[in-house]
Design a protein around this ligand. Structure first.
Ligand SMILES: C[S@@+](CC[C@H](N)C(=O)[O-])C[C@H]1O[C@@H](n2cnc3c(N)ncnc32)[C@H](O)[C@@H]1O
Length: 345
């Protein structure tokens, strides 16, 4: 049953995934353009740092970073985060006084529920309601509801089915003699299942919270891998992590802001022995925050619905070095996803 986990799709799913991942990007641009008049402000204040922009426009640091990374990936600004200035395209088309100002083109999306959600996120730093629904729950709270958790875990599982092989293959030269893997907040357990299917020496444990943990058990049984992947129900912040040789954080850190990211990396450092391997699998922003466009767009979605964003290898690398890891290079896998590693010293 698990044999198909080793099969690679023959076509690239990137374009299809991007359709969904860019879902909120146009609305973040409309918010920047029509509610903050960001580009006219930048014309008057060239060379401001992202921290200064954040302070002057009343935007919290995390969403300001995501917004300016998106503008930079689109080629509308340069110099983010140290000294932000408009590019010729940004100046000609997004500054109010320009004869070629395209602001009116965005007016139809000026007051959508998603734009109103973005306004809240930008001003408060707190995630909006999931898909701007009116029940007041953000994504993290929604994941505690069984029906929502089932749908969303299926979403992540379908993505894992096309990403897992790339991760399993990319890690092959790095695993060495290591045998035990902890997949923290592993969702359906798809990455554990794929990794053990690809690497016969591995034994995995998925740490998940309820009610997702029940879905994880069922999915692992569906692949016939109960003997090689176990599930531990736990709170990844409050509970101790089992000691293992390898820790996987797949699409987990992007749900959280810096303090929680730091806490999770500290817990990884505590659970790994010297020589233990930490793997962060995610969609990464380039260190110079110039893109990729698809990841900058996905970061807008994450910033809207969770407490996180897409991070760069340098942002994680700085934290990992402080925590006593030798930091490995970033490696691409599939569809603008990839991984970076740290070996505990
Ligand atoms: C974006 S999903 C990633 C799932 C999987 N690792 C993947 O790559 O598809 C984040 C997961 O974190 C889990 N999670 C959130 N808070 C948690 C907590 N405090 N303890 C354990 N799991 C948690 C959620 O249930 C969800 O499955």
């Amino acid at each position: 049953m698990s044999s198909f986990l080793n099969q690679f799709p023959t076509t690239d799913p990137g374009g299809i995934l991007e359709l969904r991942d860019r879902q909120f990007a146009a609305e973040l641009m409309a918010t920047a353009l029509l509610h903050f008049d960001l580009f006219t402000w930048l014309e008057a204040n060239p060379g401001a740092s992202t921290s200064e922009i954040s302070e002057k426009l009343g935007i919290k640091e995390r969403p300001a970073d995501v917004m300016l990374t998106l503008c930079q990936a689109y080629g509308l600004v340069a110099g983010h985060p140290e000294a932000v200035r408009l590019t010729a395209m940004g100046r000609e088309h997004l500054v109010k006084e320009s004869p070629w100002f395209l602001g009116p083109y965005f007016v139809p999306v000026r007051d959508t529920p998603v734009v109103r959600g973005f306004l809240d996120v930008l001003k408060t730093g707190k995630p909006g309601n999931w898909q701007a629904k009116s029940d007041g729950k953000d994504w993290h709270q929604s994941m505690l509801d069984p029906e929502f958790a089932r749908e969303f875990t299926a979403l992540m599982n379908s993505r894992g089915l096309v990403f897992g092989q790339g991760l399993a293959r990319g890690l092959a030269p790095l695993l060495g003699e290591r045998r035990t893997l902890l997949d923290v907040a592993g969702g359906s357990g798809i990455y554990s299942s794929t990794l053990v299917a690809y690497h016969p020496q591995l034994q995995a444990t998925v740490l998940e919270q309820a009610p997702v943990d029940a879905i994880t058990r069922a999915e692992i049984a569906r692949h016939g891998l109960e003997g090689r992947v176990e599930v531990v129900t736990a709170d990844m912040f409050a509970d101790a992590w089992p000691e293992v040789d390898i820790i996987l954080l797949s699409n987990v850190l992007h749900d959280w802001d810096f303090p929680e990211v730091r806490r999770l990396l500290e817990k990884a450092a505590e659970a790994l022995p010297s020589g233990g391997l930490l793997v962060i699998h995610d969609a990464f922003i380039r260190d110079d925050k110039s893109g990729p466009v698809a990841v900058a767009e996905y970061s807008a979605l994450l910033m809207n619905i969770t407490q996180g964003k897409c991070y760069s290898p340098a942002e994680f690398g700085g934290l990992l070095e402080d925590l006593g890891f030798a930091v490995g290079a970033y490696q691409d896998t599939v569809a603008n996803r990839g991984f970076m590693t740290g070996v505990k010293l």
